[in-house]
Design a protein around this ligand. Structure first.
Ligand SMILES: O=C(O)CCC(=O)N[C@@H](CCC(=O)O)C(=O)O
Ligand SMILES: [Zn+2]
Length: 351
């Protein structure tokens, strides 16, 4: 049985990806027909599948990525289910959608990454040290190319086309705010209220505004593709099969509407309902002797008193300097030079 027939029968793109973690021999395309509407399905690489309505006006191009960190399974399960329903014709396709399972070898290992954190390798960082051409660097470059090409083929945002990229993750620690999103630096452009409302309707009521360039996937799409893009954290990391579907009802619903409606209305933003923070400090690990001065079970968004030493990096002490300053993504076990934690402070949406 050929691959396209197999995918049509079982809709199981995740197994296809996991069985071909290092790539496929060549890309392939096939067509689906449902209620007289044709869909072009293109498998461009392992973990890369694109759905496009044929001969139908569309107004947005949607990228949904997951598994950029291989052990973050809830987003992988969400995307797998959407792909299955599209392949089996039970979810209507009205817009172009590109799904990406970011790091198949890491997904198979159930680990965050194999050699290097993929989500630190975008915006060209994959080519910074040419001696280091590991699979994550190659994949970061390939993912950039797939996303750029997908948006380019959709058409220009000057023609009122919307470009969207939601990079779906789960966090290592528990969190006082279970679901939250990083809104990448957008070089001073106003933050998009419709997008904030979309996130709110998806159950993501906490937003971290980033004020500087990074090497994450979502910043790449904002900066190089002019997309609305976010890193979306959907709860705590759990192994496959241990995620509670009840925790993802809202995002499942909003993503379905985004894919299958012409002009979905997600309601009006009430900024008072959002917990808004800005990223205040990025603390990188520079020394082997790096310690965090709080326990492993301290949750994201926990604040500490001014003067509290959060971390010691060799001889450097990183202190809390602002009332309300709270921790996000603490991880002492990162490579030297990489981000070991962020701090955030409460923020307001500018008019
Ligand atoms: O919980 C953690 O420590 C990490 C969760 C995670 O993978 N977060 C992303 C955030 C990316 C961003 O800042 O936009 C990451 O660290 O890559
Ligand atoms: Zn992640």
């Amino acid at each position: 049985m050929d691959y396209s027939q197999q995918l049509l029968e079982n809709g199981d793109f995740l197994s296809f990806t996991r069985n071909n973690p290092d790539g496929i021999q060549e890309s392939f395309t096939f067509y689906l027909t449902n209620s007289n509407q044709q869909t072009q399905v293109s498998i461009l690489d392992t973990g890369v599948i694109c759905f496009e309505p044929v001969d139908m006006e569309t107004n947005r191009d949607i990228v949904l990525s997951c598994g950029v960190h291989g052990n973050e399974t809830a987003p992988i399960e969400i995307c797998q289910q959407l792909i299955k329903e599209l392949l089996q014709g039970t979810l209507t396709l009205k817009q172009r959608v590109l799904f990406l399972f970011g790091n198949p070898p890491a997904i198979n290992l159930g680990s965050r990454f194999v050699e290097e954190n993929l989500n630190r390798l975008f915006s060209g960082a994959h080519s910074d040290d040419i001696g280091l051409a590991n699979q994550e660097r190659k994949r970061a470059k390939a993912l950039e190319d797939y996303v750029r090409e997908f948006f380019d083929q959709g058409g220009s945002i000057a023609d009122n086309r919307q470009r969207l990229h939601y990079d779906l993750h789960t966090a290592i620690r528990g969190s006082k705010n279970d679901k939250f999103a990083v809104y990448p630096f957008n070089h001073g452009k106003p933050r998009d209220r419709q997008q904030l409302q979309f996130l709110y309707a998806s159950g993501v009521n906490t937003i971290l505004l980033s004020n500087s360039p990074t090497t994450t996937f979502s910043y790449f799409s904002v900066n190089e593709c002019c997309a609305h893009a976010f890193t979306v954290e959907l709860g705590k990391v759990r192994p496959f099969g241990e995620n509670n579907p009840d925790d993802f009802v809202q995002i499942n619903e909003t993503l379905r509407r985004l894919i299958s409606e012409d002009e979905p209305d997600f309601g009006e933003l009430d900024p008072d309902k959002l917990n808004l923070f800005e990223i205040y400090k990025t603390i990188n690990r520079h020394e082997e002797n790096f310690v965090l001065n709080f326990a492993d079970d301290v949750q994201n968004f926990t604040d500490f008193p001014v003067g509290y030493v959060l971390a010691n990096d060799g001889d450097t002490a990183h202190e809390i300097t602002q009332p309300g300053e709270a921790i996000i993504f603490p991880n002492a076990d990162v490579a030297l030079g990489q981000r070991a934690l962020l701090t955030v402070i409460p923020a307001k949406l500018s008019a």
